[in-house]
Design a protein around this ligand. Structure first.
Ligand SMILES: Cc1cc2nc3c(=O)[nH]c(=O)nc-3n(C[C@H](O)[C@H](O)[C@H](O)COP(=O)(O)OP(=O)(O)OC[C@H]3O[C@@H](n4cnc5c(N)ncnc54)[C@H](O)[C@@H]3O)c2cc1C
Length: 279
């Protein structure tokens, strides 16, 4: 694991520190767990205007002595970056302000990492901290149809975006999962066809199943709005499909890596500044 925590653009005013308590954990599928969280800290959470809203969950480094209660801004002002807590980025799947709860869906991808293993064993009463939310995307109201592509890490955000579309929206979604048991119900408008791309036991983040499914599909006519996120190599390949093969304009496309095969998030984020990390 990297010893240099990811840099952060979070600021006290725009992406405040939120301290929540786990209310319940739901097993959505063999490879995805939903953490529903709330508690007194929920009152500080303010939704932004974006549908792809995400938060940076904080994981204090073992062996580093942080003053309690944890104050991220004091830590960033007074401690060297090498001692800052690690962060992991997650979509806010839904927010229920009446119940004072929000949900985050975590891919369970094995024993490696911080967030996945944490979510796998989190239990009611556990507390955790994040900053946020950030966000950048809303479906373009001018589009004739919508194209979604992603793997499990992007399943929560793709589901949230699809469920936000108007009832008469049209679109195609391609979502890669391990197998049938990982398919989730998405409350999609009738005109949005959700296609599940199954790896059937092959490792995540490898292969060309998702990219081929998008490239080989019969695309509807009209102006498309694309929302594609997931493993970095997949997104690089999709970049070529979207811009080179299909000739789309930059402003029609929301495309980014959500993780990179074999990289902890700190390294993945740091590599965004290098040629290997650019999409
Ligand atoms: C804006 C944004 C929103 C995101 N939303 C979500 C979300 O809602 N749910 C979600 O689960 N993820 C989401 N992700 C991806 C998530 O941040 C990464 O998967 C992150 O690396 C997980 O942290 P970790 O501590 O579990 O693993 P890390 O410590 O970062 O990595 C440990 C190892 O696990 C591998 N790994 C990491 N993620 C996966 C994966 N998904 N599948 C297989 N292997 C993996 C790494 O390559 C590495 O080898 C989002 C990312 C971004 C940028």
């Amino acid at each position: 694991m990297s010893t240099v925590p990811a840099a952060t653009s979070a600021t006290k005013n725009t992406r405040p520190q939120i301290d929540l308590t786990v209310v319940r954990r739901e097993e959505l599928s063999p490879h995805m767990v939903r953490i529903v969280a709330g508690g007194p800290g929920f009152s500080a959470y303010v939704n932004n205007a974006f549908i792809d809203r995400y938060v940076k969950i904080v994981f204090p480094q073992p062996g580093v002595d942080y003053a309690q209660p944890l104050d991220l801004w004091t830590i960033r002002e007074t401690m060297p970056r090498a001692q800052w807590p690690f962060t992991r980025t997650y979509t806010v799947r839904w927010v229920d302000t009446a119940a004072q709860e929000l949900a985050i869906d975590f891919v369970i991808h094995g024993d490696e990492g911080l967030a996945g293993p944490w979510a796998a064993t989190a239990k009611p009463g556990d507390t955790f901290t994040f900053t946020g939310p950030g966000g950048a995307y809303n479906p373009s109201p001018d589009a004739d149809w919508y194209l979604f592509a992603g793997d499990e890490a992007a399943l929560p955000v793709i589901a949230a975006v699809i469920e936000s579309l108007p009832a008469d929206a049209r679109g195609l979604a391609f979502i890669e999962v391990d197998g049938d048991a990982d398919i989730q119900h998405i409350a999609a408008p009738a005109g949005v066809q959700v296609n599940w791309v199954r790896r059937n036991g092959a490792p995540a983040g490898e292969g060309d199943l998702l990219v081929s499914a998008v490239a080989d599909a019969d695309w509807p006519t009209g102006r498309v709005d694309v929302f594609a996120h997931g493993e970095r190599g997949y997104m690089k390949a999709l970049r070529d499909v979207l811009f080179v093969q299909r000739g789309l304009e930059r402003k029609q496309v929301s495309l980014s890596g959500y993780w990179a095969k074999g990289r902890v998030e700190d390294d993945f984020q740091a590599e965004k500044k290098l040629p290997v990390g650019k999409i």
